[in-house]
Design a protein around this ligand. Sequence first.
Ligand SMILES: *[C@@H]1O[C@H](CO)[C@@H](O)[C@H](O)[C@H]1NC(C)=O
Ligand SMILES: *[C@@H]1O[C@H](CO)[C@@H](O)[C@H](O)[C@H]1NC(C)=O
Ligand SMILES: *[C@@H]1O[C@H](CO)[C@@H](O)[C@H](O)[C@H]1NC(C)=O
Ligand SMILES: *[C@@H]1O[C@H](CO)[C@@H](O)[C@H](O)[C@H]1NC(C)=O
Length: 363
Amino acid sequence: MPSTRTLLQALLLGVGSCAANPLVASNSGPEVETRTLEEIHQAALKEGGIVTLWHGGDETTQQNTLKQAFEARFPGMTLNSTVDLSKYHDAALDEQLANNNVYVDSIILQTVQDYPRWNEEGALLQYAPLGFNEVAPAYKDSLGATYYGVAINGWKFIVNTNKSNVALNEWEDFLNPELKDKLVLTYPNDDDAVLWAFDLILERYGTGFFDRLLAQNPRWVRGTATPSTILRQANSTYAATFTSGGGFVSSNGVNFTLPTQGPFVTWAQTAAILKDAPHPEGAKLLHGFLLSTEWQQPRGWSVRRDVPLPANFPFGELDDNKNTNAGAFMPFMVDRARVGRLKDWLESKIGTPQGLSPLKDGI
Ligand SMILES: *[C@@H]1O[C@H](CO)[C@@H](O)[C@H](O)[C@H]1NC(C)=O
Ligand SMILES: *[C@@H]1O[C@H](CO)[C@@H](O)[C@H](O)[C@H]1NC(C)=O
Ligand SMILES: *[C@@H]1O[C@H](CO)[C@@H](O)[C@H](O)[C@H]1NC(C)=O
Ligand SMILES: *[C@@H]1O[C@H](CO)[C@@H](O)[C@H](O)[C@H]1NC(C)=O
């Protein structure tokens, strides 16, 4: 690797940590929600019964579960959700802000580095939703309550056991000769959370590991749902990935694992309500619902400290896991110079991302 500051140094220096960001002082402080979800529901109905959400992702259907659950839980409400790559949503939101024409209510994105900036620009509503107090400090703007994690996302080791018998226990297992021509991976120079995985493995295992991974002849694709989709297809020979999320219960020919020695990526998918949101009550309802125990609990690792893991969850408590640090994603993401250098280095090895966005291209 080119000499870049290590993650550890970044953390020790506190560079870019969200807690270190002195917020634009507000005398009044954030509005703290005291109503129940049912009371907010009534206010949101009076407001028009709609909430416009821009959610980061790479398949249009990715938020259908949320939409169905939200609309069933709160009759009369419509969740007007649009999924796109977070970096594209960011650019489009900047355009709305520049034109003073905010029509989105809620943003939930992977590009966490933009939240401190939008906050400094005064673009975000200072509002502590129901559940905000229980969100771990590393995942939120504790002072202004302008942004906060609402979900712990991350990449898993995934293998289609119909196509490969290689058990993925550690990173070295991806170098198994039996996985030659069978790996499908997302371009790290197209998605910064995938980039972070490469950053972690380069730091730990060096460029030698990376060269051996390239020698496996992985197929590079756009979108992080794409590898998971392709490895499941009976008509493809691709069998394994480490750049998709997805479930946690191994079943029906798909195994999910995580390393117990090597590092792996988790982060808090981060949410905010726009200060000029046309439907603030709808957005408050959505965020209160997302942070509720009823929504958080079945999904595995939670941004809240008080939510127990589901009974069938195989990976143990997040805070006890020494191999991942979801709170370190923000410092990684705000150091754009370092992110840019790493992208350029990877691009020199694997080329520029090919193909349209998976949302426009299909797979
Ligand atoms: C739904 O979302 C789209 C995309 O953000 C937006 O153009 C449209 O105005 C929204 N619809 C309503 C009724 O707010
Ligand atoms: C998949 O998981 C099952 C159940 O845990 C296990 O028996 C099997 O060996 C695993 N196969 C691979 C390839 O990981
Ligand atoms: C492979 O199967 C998928 C459905 O699982 C289909 O969408 C795709 O077109 C198929 N590809 C080829 C090359 O046949
Ligand atoms: C694996 O094979 C079984 C048995 O044919 C099938 O039911 C299952 O859908 C397959 N799973 C995948 C992911 O290919």
